[in-house]
Structures are given as structure tokens and as C-alpha cells.
Ligand binder design. Sequence first.
Ligand code: IMP
Ligand code: MG
Length: 178
Amino acid sequence: MEDKISVLIDEERLNERIKEMAEQINHDYAGKSIHLIGILKGSIFALTELAKHITVPCTMDFMSVSSYGNGTESSGRVKLVKDLDEGIAGRDVLIVEDIIDSGNTLHYLRQVLSARKPASLKLCTLLDKPERRVVDDVTVEYVGFEIPDKFVVGFGLDYAQKYRNLPYIGVIEESDTN
Ligand code: IMP
Ligand code: MG
């Protein structure tokens, strides 16, 4: 059955907000270089849109972690699937995430990456679902949109690997997503 998807945040609002975040980041990192780390695969749309508006010197690397199976509930276990290509010691690192849900992934990333002694480590996420947080000691420096406790897809985010290509953030309306 085809899932019905309604638009929660359209492309124009997404791009506008990402540009604002980039401007804030340019201001905060003035005089520094940023090493952007995109968390595959969900962050790719947010990362590319953000990077277009970064005006301070910038490099990129990617890593992949998994905490979800094919459903919509976090397993709580986070596993490193693909590590970074380069070391981050002494660099100003900005992690780019698609969404912070339980906070387990972020908690894991902060632990693993801070052990590698970057000069600084901050986090930028397109979406945040604060109601869902189970890990309470997580700091997120840059948040695009706070959203309600709904499972969203599009703009990089998937449901069972589908819908990443939608140019907006949508909510699946009619289907059993659990
Ligand atoms: P956390 O570890 O529970 O914070 O989950 C973070 C990861 O779960 C995100 O990077 C997404 O890949 C995935 N995720 C959480 N909520 C959603 C959602 O509403 N739609 C799609 N993926 C989600
Ligand atoms: Mg993700």
C-alpha cells in the first residue's frame, strides 16, 4: 500500500532556516575553520544545504552509525557502521545530524568523537523531538526546528530506507509504521 504523506515543513522554510543556521555558524566560527561531519545517511540534504552557505574555511567528512532497524523505534544500541576517513585531533568539529530523537546517537557520537581530542565539538541538527529524549545530558548547539513526537520522512530522513528523496519534511498519515 502507498503511504500518504502530508507536508510538515516545506522546502522553502527548510532552506530559509538552514541558511539562518549557517549565518549563525559563520558568526560563531569567525577566524576558525570548520570540519563538518555528516552522519550518514539522514544528514546529507541538511549538510549540503548548510555547507552552501558556510563562508568560513570548511572541510567535510562522513560517518555512519545505526540505532534503528527498519521500524520507527530506537533500539537504544548505537553501532559504528562507517568511521571517519581523517583524524579530528585539534580541529573544530561540527557534527551535522538529521534529527535528535532519544538522544542515544548523539550521546554515543559525543563520547566517541570527544575521545579523539578535537579542539572543539559542537552539534547541529535539522530537527529535534525534545519530547522523546531518554538521554538527558545532551547538548545541541544548533537546532533547525523543534517538532512534535511524530515520525517524519523526507529531506534525507527515511522510513525503511524510503522517502529520503522528498524535498520536504513530511508525516506518514495512513499506514502502520510500528
Ligand atoms: P536517536 O538516537 O534516538 O536520537 O535517533 C537518531 C536517529 O534516529 C536519527 O539520526 C534518525 O536516523 C533516526 N530517527 C529518529 N526519529 C526519526 C524520524 O522521525 N524519522 C526518521 N528517522 C528518525
Ligand atoms: Mg540518522
